[in-house]
Design a protein around this ligand. Structure first.
Ligand SMILES: O=C(CO)COP(=O)(O)O
Length: 250
């Protein structure tokens, strides 16, 4: 099958600051990767990163977005605000948001709609936890997360990505095997076709969970792996550059 140009996204989580922005931007800005690269720093650094990356093809995004449009919602940031400061994408439903902040697929659905309406590309994160994996429930969990979030949605030519991030692989140094990723990404693609028809072909499906420079190539070689979502390894600018380089030479 023909591979789409890969998308490699750095999720800094609750890490980083001006120092990391300076070192990351310095190591990545002048590289000529054959990949689309995105960086999602904490909200407060988005504007600074956008300024540093002006005239660069590297995208800046957020790690979350409010399900509300505006009003008395202390601590929230709307999709429209993200758009205004230069965000091109936002992560939605990361497992840490689902687990620690009790987000569910219904709120993720609203967030996806808000992001699309504002012209910010949603990257919807889905994945099963260790217990669900061991009980063989991966497909059931992903089916529910996908269908609640996407069923009946019209993309109208807008970009959307889905990231498969098995919770048991996040931050553990134990990425999912090539076999597991291959089966799950095929399953996700098939469900996208059921829900979105032709539009499914434009959706990029990323893998996340202990991605490193040493496993990036084998993960990206799998059918329907269209990119990577990188946590820990993205905090080391040299390591992240190497992952992007591997992705760009696949
Ligand atoms: O959660 C992740 C990216 O969103 C993955 O994190 P790690 O790469 O640290 O496993």
């Amino acid at each position: 099958m023909t591979k789409k140009a890969p998308l490699v996204v750095a999720n800094w989580k609750l890490n980083g600051g001006t120092d990391l922005i300076c070192t990351s931007v310095a190591s990545i800005r002048n590289q000529n990767f054959n990949v689309q690269v995105g960086i999602a720093p904490p909200y407060v650094y988005i504007s600074e990163l956008v300024t540093f990356l002006r005239n660069s093809p590297i995208m800046v995004g957020s790690q979350n977005v409010s399900k509300f449009e505006s009003g008395a919602f202390t601590g929230e940031t709307s999709a429209q605000m993200l758009k205004e400061v230069g965000c091109q994408f936002c992560l939605i439903g990361h497992s840490e948001r689902r687990q620690v902040f009790l987000e569910n697929s219904e709120s993720c659905r609203t967030k996806v709609e808000r992001a699309l309406a504002a012209g910010v590309m949603p990257i919807i994160c889905i994945g099963e936890n260790a217990q669900q994996y061991e009980m063989g429930l991966t497909r059931d969990i992903l089916y529910r997360q996908l269908h609640h979030t996407l069923e009946g949605l019209s993309l109208n030519g807008q970009s959307l990505a889905v990231a498969y991030e098995p919770v048991w692989a996040i931050g553990t140094g134990r990425a999912a095997s090539v076999e597991v990723v291959g089966e799950v990404h095929q399953f996700i693609f098939d469900e996208l076709v059921v829900m979105l028809g032709e539009d499914a072909n434009s959706v990029q499906i990323l893998y996340g969970g202990s991605v490193k420079k040493d496993n990036a190539a084998e993960l990206l070689a799998i059918d329907h792996v269209d990119g990577l979502l990188v946590g820990g390894a993205s905090l080391d600018p040299e390591h992240f550059v190497q992952i992007c380089r591997v992705a760009g030479t696949g």
